[in-house]
Design a protein around this ligand. Structure first.
Ligand SMILES: [Zn+2]
Length: 318
């Protein structure tokens, strides 16, 4: 059990365990957007809805298409992550969340930014329930295949590829992963079929990180999970930019990324403590620094309106 023990993960675990339980979104009320997903009528006409699932998870829905991005719902407790203990996705949590987030019974596809457990862990279980193709790196699709997803549903991808997912056009973009305490966590590529399903947190290897541009009903939505200051998003002029700001690297990159994207709306993403169950509600991770993101946005007069979203809340774009 301790064979995979990692000292840096222990430090990360201890740092995160010191996070305050009252560290919620309430102080940012003026930045909060969206209504509880269950109270929002289905999209009509050219409406596009974005629903937040926690961590870097989102649902993008139009009247006839649904795309799910990086859903992480089962929430492995920190102790299991630190000990690299055997873990399994919970089909009942996945079902509950699908209901809470008003996800249709069948969807068109998943976009996966990278193979880490907090982005891919629940995708195989969710795909079994809702169908849809999985667009991700070769590593992410091989992890999904080893977890029981049919090869027919897997689209191993790379920057430059373009897909039709439902009525949406999805462009795959270059991205980088931010360093956590100076290191890229769980590095490595998976190049061929795995002999067994990934069973422990460390089995979910990063692979090649990706970002996406989703074009749907006239809206351009950019999504990533963070990055490094040296690599800015390769697109500009978007309606919504979902920009990861989980750790220092991506917080440092925030101004450059937003200036480059020149969006109407910026959703600062991946800020919550994903070691806690979703049922505990949104709590900031200690590595997040939303006050710094807000101060940067103001001080640098960045384009777009910076917003925050609570779990299972839906923002409607018209
Ligand atoms: Zn990651």
């Amino acid at each position: 059990m301790f064979r995979f023990f990692s000292p840096s993960l222990l430090v990360l675990g201890l740092a995160l365990s010191l996070s305050s339980c009252s560290n919620r979104l309430a102080p940012y009320e003026d930045l909060l957007v969206g209504q509880p997903a269950g109270e929002v009528p289905r999209p009509i006409g050219k409406e596009v809805q974005i629903t937040y699932l926690g961590t870097n998870g989102y649902v993008v829905k139009s009247k006839d298409s649904t795309i799910v991005i990086d859903p992480y719902l089962s929430r492995i407790p920190m102790r299991e992550v630190v000990l690299n203990a055997p873990v399994e996705s919970s089909p009942s949590i996945v079902r509950e969340v699908a209901q809470l987030a008003a996800i249709p019974k069948s969807i068109d596809g998943f976009l996966i930014t990278h193979g880490h457990f907090d982005h891919l862990f629940d995708v195989p279980a969710m795909q079994r329930q809702l169908g849809g193709v999985i667009i991700g790196s070769k590593t992410a699709t091989l992890l999904s295949e080893a977890s029981g997803v049919s090869r027919r549903s897997l689209l191993p991808s790379a920057p430059g590829k373009i897909y039709r997912v439902g009525k949406a056009k999805v462009r795959v973009l270059e991205a980088a992963h931010d360093r956590v305490l100076g290191r890229i966590p769980y590095p490595g590529l998976i190049e061929g079929p795995l002999p067994a399903a990934p069973a422990r947190p460390k089995d979910w290897r990063i692979g090649v990180p990706l970002a996406f541009l989703i074009e749907i009903e006239g809206q351009r939505i950019y999504v990533e999970s963070g990055g490094i200051p040296d690599l800015l998003p390769p697109v500009s002029g978007v309606d919504v930019a979902i920009v990861g700001v989980a750790v220092k690297d991506s917080q440092k990159r925030y101004a450059g990324a937003v200036r480059q994207l020149n969006p109407e709306i910026v959703i600062a993403s991946h800020q919550d403590n994903f070691f806690l169950p979703l049922s505990k509600g949104f709590q900031f991770s200690t590595l997040s620094d939303f006050p710094r993101v807000i101060a940067t946005h103001e001080a640098e007069a960045l384009p777009g309106k910076l917003v925050a979203m609570d779990y299972f809340h839906t923002l409607t774009l018209k």
